[in-house]
Design a protein around this ligand. Structure first.
Ligand SMILES: CC(C)(COP(=O)(O)OP(=O)(O)OC[C@H]1O[C@@H](n2cnc3c(N)ncnc32)[C@H](O)[C@@H]1OP(=O)(O)O)[C@@H](O)C(=O)NCCC(=O)NCCS
Length: 162
């Protein structure tokens, strides 16, 4: 036990750190990714009915394993970024940020979102808004979509495309 691959523990620790910081690749999802996206999103409590029909992006590790995903939903009155999630072991490596940038690079217009972690999305170029909120958001909040989230901490945000 504890001998690992034969390298001294200190070196193995360093190798592990390097591996854990290696960047993820974010790309548009393919049809074959759908089962994994649904599985991942469900495990994080982020899945929703009809998710498969929305625009989807994934982040994969060096081995091509999907470790994160995000969705772009087209409402009648706006575009919404939703279901951003990264599996716990892959966090803290810029994966979510890369997913947001991949989505924004292809978004055909301004993107709204509702979140309980506005600090993260501010760092991604979104700003909180308290007016001109698309009707879809209050309407959505009246449904079970937001169950499990603290509605009082929900912030509506917007990022325009450059
Ligand atoms: C939130 C989440 C997507 C972040 O994923 P991640 O891959 O670890 O994020 P990143 O590594 O890209 O972080 C980018 C930056 O945001 C910061 N950040 C990460 N999570 C944050 C949070 N919850 N609140 C504020 N800032 C956060 C990081 O510190 C990092 O800052 P830096 O660039 O200065 O180092 C991930 O923790 C997750 O899947 N959480 C559960 C699902 C969830 O809450 N989704 C959002 C629903 S609205």
């Amino acid at each position: 036990m504890g001998e690992g691959n034969g390298l001294p523990r200190r070196i193995r620790g360093l190798a592990g750190f390097c591996y854990n910081r290696s960047p993820m690749r974010a790309r548009k999802a393919r049809k074959a990714d759908l089962p994994r996206i649904v599985e991942l999103s469900r495990s994080l409590g982020l899945d929703y009915p009809g998710m498969e029909e929305d625009g989807l992006w994934v982040a994969e590790d060096d081995g091509g394993r999907v470790v994160g995903a995000v969705a772009l939903k087209k409402h009648a009155d706006c575009l919404e970024l939703c279901a951003l999630g990264v599996e716990p072991a892959g966090r803290g490596r810029g994966t979510a940020k890369a997913l947001v940038e991949a989505l924004m690079a292809e978004a055909p217009g301004p993107v709204h979102l509702a979140t309980v972690i506005p600090g993260f999305f501010e760092a991604c170029g979104f700003r909180a808004i308290d007016r001109d909120i698309p009707a879809s958001f209050p309407a959505k909040r009246a449904t079970s979509w937001c169950d499990g989230c603290d509605r009082s901490r929900c912030t509506i945000m917007l990022r325009t495309v450059s």
